[in-house]
Design a binder for this molecule. Structure first.
Ligand code: TRP
Length: 344
């Protein structure tokens, strides 16, 4: 089993990132043998949208601190950033020959992010999913933990891997042939409870670091008082909580808060409602605020401390990159060779 996943170093991690991705990364690390998991900062992907270089550099280190604070152990997981592993960019170019315009044209993330400005979008935004395919194929990933919104990109990675193997590995996929491909087809792992964590101000919008209102999200840097304040001010409706999940239908804000409680407590929504059903938010919100503060406070404290030590954060990335380069080499070499590219 080889688990590979990436996250963009956007800075300012929030509860949505934690419950949707990082907590699951930590769980997978803890469940598998050392070295099975590779986690990286997708700093090359950050070039797909307008960015500030100084900010990118700072966010990259900050994100390492956040991941380690959340429980990623650089001795057990390979933790690195793409920019220090040139094989990512190299393999992307090799895969550009296999990926089809028609496939990329169907990617909903490109449509969403380019919006009405398709002509002005960067080429990197268009080919973003090919780099993402390179990220995982490079390491023969068998499993890729991602949020629901990345499922389509994972399917593309499988299509690219399959077409490459069929086109460039003689005998691959033929009847009775056991020829192995250059690439493994990866499976997405979408955690069931990666329930989309929504904004505290609007149950229809995802919790996001780009929301102008800081009250809309719980940041990993928020202390216990801030967390409690934000939960208490979270938008709700005047009804008491229902006693089962079906009663949350049409109540997106209530459903979001109950979903957050369930995810944090490791309970089902029905279990939470068995406890709080019939009660108003005056009782539920303080309980939720406390639960959040309890779990996030130690993470927050570690994060604040780790963030200061830039040298150590740089050393973690250097060590991770060394290991990643070593793991990437055989597959990259095999891809060059399969394509007939002569190298020395
Ligand atoms: N596109 C992913 C996201 O926005 C980040 C990412 C980049 C990724 N490369 C990856 C995730 C490879 C999984 C595997 O969430």
């Amino acid at each position: 089993m080889r688990i590979v996943s990436g996250i963009q170093p956007t800075g300012n991690l929030h509860l949505g990132n934690y419950l949707g991705a990082i907590r699951n990364w930590v769980r997978m690390q803890d469940e598998h043998e050392a070295g099975a998991c590779l986690y990286f900062l997708a700093d090359l992907h950050a070039l797909s949208q307008p960015h500030d270089p100084a900010q990118l550099a700072a966010s990259t280190l900050e994100m390492v601190a956040a991941l380690v604070a959340c429980g990623i152990d650089p001795d057990r997981s390979v933790l690195f950033n793409q920019a220090q592993v040139p094989a990512h960019a190299e393999l992307q170019w090799l895969l550009n020959g296999t990926a089809r315009m028609g496939w990329l044209n169907r990617m909903t993330q490109f449509k969403d992010k380019s919006g009405k400005n398709r002509e002005g979008a960067s080429i990197a935004l268009f080919t973003y999913p090919v780099l993402q395919a390179a990220d995982v194929l490079l390491y023969q990933a068998t499993h890729v933990p991602v949020g629901d919104d990345q499922k389509q990109h994972l399917e593309l990675a499988r299509d690219i891997a399959q077409k490459f193997n069929v086109d460039f590995v003689p005998g691959y996929g033929e009847e009775d042939s056991d020829v192995k491909g250059v690439f493994t087809l990866p499976d997405p792992i979408i955690p069931p409870e990666a329930a989309r964590i929504m904004s505290l101000r609007d149950g229809a919008a995802k919790m996001s670091k780009s929301d102008p209102s800081d009250m809309s999200r719980i940041n990993l840097v928020d202390d216990a008082d801030e967390i409690m304040k934000k939960v208490k001010k979270a938008k709700t409706d005047p009804e008491p909580l229902p006693s089962e999940a079906a009663g949350l239908e049409g109540r997106p804000e209530a459903a979001n808060l109950v979903g957050i409680y369930a995810a944090m407590a490791g309970q089902s929504v029905d279990q939470v409602l068995a406890e709080f059903g019939g009660h108003g938010f005056g009782k539920f919100k303080p309980a939720l605020g406390e639960l959040l503060a309890e779990t996030l406070s130690p993470i927050n404290a570690r994060f604040v401390e780790l963030k200061q030590d830039r040298e150590m954060l740089g050393a973690i990335l250097a060590k991770g990159a060394l290991k990643a380069r070593e793991l990437a080499r055989p597959t990259l070499d095999a891809a060059y060779k399969a394509l007939g590219l002569v190298r020395g």
